[in-house]
Ligand binder design. Structure first.
Ligand code: 8YV
Length: 347
């Protein structure tokens, strides 16, 4: 005899497409919140108390909320990054965390390359000349940009997205590719001649440094005043990782003082970026409102993956992509042992 089917409950936090919502409703009762506001916060928390699954983007879940969600088995984030979630506490409680790698790789690499082009060729600054009626004579040296073609591109963190940026640089722009990674990437080296460097060497050699590392304790302010000082004065810094990988005040000082030439930023320590941040108005900065994966196609694919993850995980078929499956198995083992040792319900 199969297991009796469970009455499952899912909390969805993020505007979801109707078909995605319907798919979730096919396996569970869904409490749907398009966004979290002061007005619906209590309703959200009481739904979470009863939920087996939580799905959404930029999920506002902290350790305290987790402790008040005793039934929670699966968190399915509509993002590849999960630095906004309390992973250690989820591991301890055996809550499975699913994310959305792969489907956003190429789009995020496109965003990085858009920033590279914009920063090297001063696209925003010069487009504004036209827009504001200041294009009154032929462009002279003071408005010239810097080549992309043939330059050295340093990728800090050659994971999936880093490798996709590297391919664009090598194959599309004949760039020399340097990368940092915890282990060598022989495939990347063979395919496009990429060379592994330690961070210090890469910062000193690259014309364009592109940050694609996950945010964690070891990458907090990885690029500080000292690191910026190692870059060449004509170099540009591109960040599509997380804002706190860079010490923003040190970056502002470096851009102001000519330590580096320019920056292209999709991510910031505080998002949305404060209106009075110098990064919003500096001529040598291109600042984007965190659009790494923000295309119709990719955001739909991410939501679809998150829904598939949730349904797979809660129905026992298994998720497509999970972050902490091993920790959850260990947590389940600990629970089983405890039950054995103390005369749990199974005895
Ligand atoms: C967005 C991202 O922040 O996936 C990530 O980790 O940084 C971006 O794609 C995210 O999808 C917003 O919900």
């Amino acid at each position: 005899m199969g297991e009796p089917s469970r009455h499952l409950r899912i909390v969805a936090l993020r505007r979801l497409r109707e078909d995605h919502l319907e798919a979730l409703k096919g396996i569970a009762e869904v409490d749907y919140f398009e966004e979290l506001t002061e007005t619906n916060r209590d309703a959200f928390l009481s739904a979470l108390e009863k939920a087996h699954g939580l799905i959404g983007g930029k999920l506002a879940l902290d350790e305290q909320m987790l402790s008040k969600a005793p039934k929670l088995e699966v968190v399915s984030t509509i993002s590849v990054g999960y630095d906004h979630l309390p992973l250690a506490a989820m591991n301890r409680r055996g809550v499975l965390l699913c994310n959305t790698p792969d489907v956003l790789t190429e789009t995020t690499a496109d965003t990085a390359f858009a920033l590279i082009m914009a920063t090297q060729r001063r696209l925003v600054e010069l487009a504004n000349l036209v827009r504001e009626g200041r294009w009154t004579q032929h462009i002279g040296r003071e408005h010239f940009g810097t080549d992309v073609y043939g330059k050295t591109l340093g990728i800090v963190g050659a994971g999936r997205i880093g490798a996709a940026i590297a391919r664009r640089g090598a194959l599309g722009f004949d760039m020399r590719i340097l990368y940092t990674a915890s282990s060598p990437k022989p495939d990347l080296e063979k395919a496009i001649g990429a060379r592994r460097r330690d961070l210090t060497q890469l910062l000193g050699e690259a014309d364009i440094v592109c940050l694609v590392v996950p945010y964690q304790d070891s990458t907090h302010h990885l690029i500080d005043a000292k690191a910026l000082g190692l870059m060449q004065p004509h170099a540009a810094l591109i960040n599509v990782a997380r804002g706190n990988v860079v010490d923003e005040q040190a970056l502002i000082d470096a851009l102001d003082g000519g330590v580096i030439r320019a920056a292209g930023l999709d991510v910031f320590a505080q998002e949305p970026l404060a209106k009075d941040s110098p990064l919003a108005i500096m001529d040598n900065v291109v600042a984007l409102p965190h659009i790494g994966s923000a295309t119709h196609e990719t955001r739909d694919a991410m939501a679809q993956r998150a829904v598939d993850n949730m349904i797979g995980a809660l129905t026992g078929r298994g998720p497509v992509s999970a972050v902490n499956a091993e920790s959850c198995r260990r947590a389940a083992g600990r629970t089983d042992k405890r039950e054995e040792g103390t005369g749990g319900p199974g005895e």
